[in-house]
Design a protein around this ligand. Structure first.
Ligand SMILES: Cc1cc2nc3c(=O)[nH]c(=O)nc-3n(C[C@H](O)[C@H](O)[C@H](O)COP(=O)(O)OP(=O)(O)OC[C@H]3O[C@@H](n4cnc5c(N)ncnc54)[C@H](O)[C@@H]3O)c2cc1C
Length: 490
């Protein structure tokens, strides 16, 4: 009999409970990855993310091969076929136990239920582990026994959890006695990578795989974490970890992030003049971001209707969003006439990644200034982002559009000019992304329409800035009235 590890968005060998359990079972171990380009299409997975996954699988196959574990890449067009494909695989390899890392979005939950149903008659047990998060989604409840829907109290409980049971790093997996290394066949990965046909100029920007992710974390913790709180909001600075893709594809575990960040507290950190204080603040602020990641995953797990495109706050389902395709297109292409928004969108389009401050600015601009349906933006981000992750993306978009879990209501509107002046004060980031504005001196970069030097190639603002708050407030009030009236008459 053989144990099987079913890999999904957990493309690593270290700190992987499913793999450890399979190795600990004393049975020979195999691993499988279902390659599902049709499902990637359905989920609008960006080409650069597909590349990251394929390249990371290549490394994983080699790593597992050294442990004596063959990794099979098995075609499975969509999730619908997964039960049949896995049942056939289990039959032909005498599998009796399947181990995996749990996933929480609705389609993934349904897939896993269907797989369990298909494998039960074959006598195959399915064992899942919550390695994609630090704290499992249903572990924390409010005093009323309901899921948390506000971040601050959630974070307090999350911290208490870590304090009660401080996480530690599991030992790296070892090749079982008697198992010989096996070769990994990269043929199918090569074929799919060729189909993507991405330019080297794009893929050269990124390092896929578990080893690179671990190194990046190490580097971030020892060199940058001490400045994280100070630098993280400035897109011109290398202030954040850039680990979101690794975390979402699972080439690094959130557990490792937490353990290393907390361990660095003991050393006091090596960065910064005010070493200890700054480092402590950096760790706490960065752990908050990891907690936000868990928070949105538990929201996704506890409120599965979000997967149907529904807003978290039902009354906001009645907001009459604009469907202006020309304005949407200008936003997508970074031609809004607002330099920070345009620089953000061009960063996304040219690199597959966008800085968090800019995600908030550009999402807020689409949903508040252009008043375009946030789901259009959510979907565009998924099609471009290398770290595209349903829970975090949906959470970020609903936060920006004021339809989400956040306690603050719809009055939150960012001014793209004010954000630009605060977070890219000398325009370094804007100039790096928007060549038409490169020669505009000093502060003129934030409002180029006021400058006599404005290059003709750069557009005038596509919408005015005034009256946004009033229009948004009125539209949300109207939506609430429709919602309340519908409730009263039903
Ligand atoms: C509109 C919008 C869309 C977003 N879409 C995604 C997405 O598809 N995938 C994604 O991973 N993140 C998304 N985020 C969250 C955040 O912008 C990115 O995680 C972050 O920019 C990644 O950069 P980093 O790895 O350097 O982050 P760091 O600042 O180093 O943070 C460390 C890690 O914490 C997590 N994290 C940080 N901020 C958040 C957050 N607000 N919500 C959830 N997790 C967070 C990420 O895993 C990140 O890698 C979105 C945010 C917004 C506002």
């Amino acid at each position: 009999m053989t144990a099987l590890v079913w890999y999904r968005n957990d493309l690593r060998a270290r700190d992987h409970q499913g793999l450890s359990a399979a190795l600990g079972s004393g049975q020979p171990v195999r691993a499988v990855y279902l390659l599902s380009p049709g499902q990637w299409d359905r989920h609008q997975v960006a080409p650069i993310r597909r590349w990251y996954v394929l390249s990371s699988l290549r490394e994983l196959g080699e790593t597992l091969g050294k442990l004596g574990i063959p990794l099979d890449i098995v075609p499975c067009e969509t999730f619908d076929e997964a039960p049949e494909v896995l049942a056939t695989y289990c039959r032909s390899h005498q599998i009796k136990a399947l181990y995996c890392t749990r996933e929480y979005p609705l389609n993934e939950l349904r897939r896993d239920r269907a797989v369990a149903d298909a494998l039960r008659p074959l006598g195959v047990t399915l064992q899942g582990y919550d390695d994609a998060v630090v704290v499992p989604p249903r572990a924390l409840k409010t005093g009323q026994g309901t899921p948390y829907t506000v971040f601050t109290p959630y974070r307090r409980r999350w911290d208490a959890c870590l304090a009660e049971a401080p996480p530690t790093m599991p030992a790296p997996p070892k090749r079982p006695a008697g198992a010989a290394p096996v070769a990994f066949d990269v043929g199918v990965l090569d074929k799919h990578e060729r189909l993507l046909d991405l330019p080297d100029t794009l893929t050269r920007l990124w390092q896929p795989g578990e080893k690179a992710a671990r190194q990046q974390l190490q580097h971030f913790v020892s060199d940058r974490l001490g400045h994280y709180r100070r630098d993280r909001d400035f897109p011109a600075l290398p202030g954040t970890s850039l680990l979101s893709t690794a975390l979402s594809a699972g080439t690094i575990s959130p557990l490792r992030c937490v353990v290393l960040a907390r361990a660095s507290l003991a050393e006091g950190g090596k960065t910064g003049a005010d070493k200890e204080g700054a480092h402590k603040e950096g760790v706490s602020t960065w752990l908050s971001e990891i907690a936000w990641r868990d928070f949105y995953r538990q929201i996704m797990a506890n409120f599965p209707h979000l997967a149907w495109g529904a807003p978290f706050r039902p009354e906001t389902g009645f907001v009459q969003w604009s469907r202006d395709e020309a304005l949407f297109q200008a936003w997508c292409e970074g031609r809004t006439g607002y330099p920070l928004v345009d620089a953000a969108m061009r960063q996304l389009n040219s690199t597959g990644w966008m800085h968090n401050r800019l995600r908030m600015v550009s999402a807020m601009f689409l949903s508040k200034n252009l008043f375009i349906d946030w789901r259009w933006g959510e979907s565009y981000f998924m099609q471009q982002l290398m770290d595209g992750d349903f829970a975090a993306n949906n959470g970020g978009w609903q936060w920006s559009a004021s339809t989400g879990t956040d306690a603050a209501p719809y009055f939150r509107v960012f001014s793209p000019v004010r954000q630009s002046e605060r977070f890219d004060p000398d325009g370094t980031f804007i100039r790096s992304q928007v060549p038409e504005l490169r020669d505009l001196p000093g502060k003129q970069i934030h409002q180029p329409w006021k400058s006599p030097l404005l290059a003709a190639a750069y557009p005038a603002p596509i919408v005015p800035l005034d009256g946004v708050r009033e229009r948004v407030t009125a539209a949300f009030k109207a939506a609430k009235q429709i919602h309340d009236a519908a409730g009263a008459s039903s």
